[in-house]
Ligand binder design. Structure first.
Ligand SMILES: [Ca+2]
Ligand SMILES: [Ca+2]
Length: 234
């Protein structure tokens, strides 16, 4: 009976966490660490702190860094996020705003990338054009097609401060691959954005689910057999 209870408890126990996170500090709560950027980091706050194209910081409110930016908070309403003054597409010296070497990947495994983006431009004092499409590449920096394009999104001026999730999947071709997020708008002015909660997790394959379900089935049969055995000989 104790064995049966133990087996039943094991079957009822929560599944081990399938979603191992492969991105370090993707929520930026540890600050400006764990990733590299071709943008220039600015540590200080101030009304002109992020005036320069291709500058970025990790902060809690975009309005602290640019007097034309809206007051946008981190994804979920608080916390750190990456705040960037996006540069025009084609500026190869400052292309990737976020890059990180993913490690521990399994070749052939499918992974799901996702991240949240928002437009921080602008407040009512800004009268220029806007629009910040993102492209996300994996395994290499620019230019495409040397890297794998896995996701893109566009955050426009009417969506200032609205966090939008974008996602895509890729198959690992090496245990260590580069994840890069870059901005592809051709217009520098008004092209300013926030990023938060960048994530890469393995996608369970149908075969894996089948094996898991099959495993439960076998375990269930084993338990039923034990129960019958117990009844017969008790
Ligand atoms: Ca955050
Ligand atoms: Ca800009």
């Amino acid at each position: 009976m104790i064995k049966q209870l133990a087996l039943a408890a094991a079957l009822l126990a929560p599944l081990p966490a399938l979603a191992q996170e492969f991105v370090t500090n993707g929520d930026f709560e540890a600050g400006n660490t764990g990733f590299t950027s071709e943008y220039s980091y600015v540590g200080a706050t101030g009304p002109t702190a992020l005036y320069g194209q291709s500058t970025y910081t990790v902060g809690t409110n975009s309005a602290d860094y640019h007097n034309l930016w809206a007051s946008v908070l981190g994804h979920g309403g608080s916390g750190n996020f990456l705040i960037a003054n996006g540069v025009a597409d084609g500026n190869a010296a400052a292309f990737n705003v976020f890059s990180q070497q993913l490690t521990g990947l399994t070749v052939g495994q499918t992974y799901l990338f996702s991240a949240w983006a928002t437009n921080v431009c602008c407040n009512a004092n800004f009268t220029g054009a806007n629009g910040s499409p993102f492209l996300v590449s994996v395994n290499g920096s620019q230019p495409l097609p040397n890297s794998i394009l896995i996701a893109s999104t566009t955050v426009d001026t009417s969506q200032t401060g609205v966090w939008t999730q974008f996602s895509g999947s890729f198959v690992a071709t090496a245990a260590s691959m580069n994840l890069s997020i870059y901005n592809s708008t051709p217009e520098a002015s008004g092209n300013d954005f926030g990023l938060d909660d960048i994530s890469v997790v393995a996608v369970p394959e149908p075969a894996a689910w089948g094996m898991m379900i099959g495993g439960f089935g076998l375990a269930g049969m084993a338990m039923r057999r034990r129960v019958r055995t117990a009844i017969t000989y008790a």
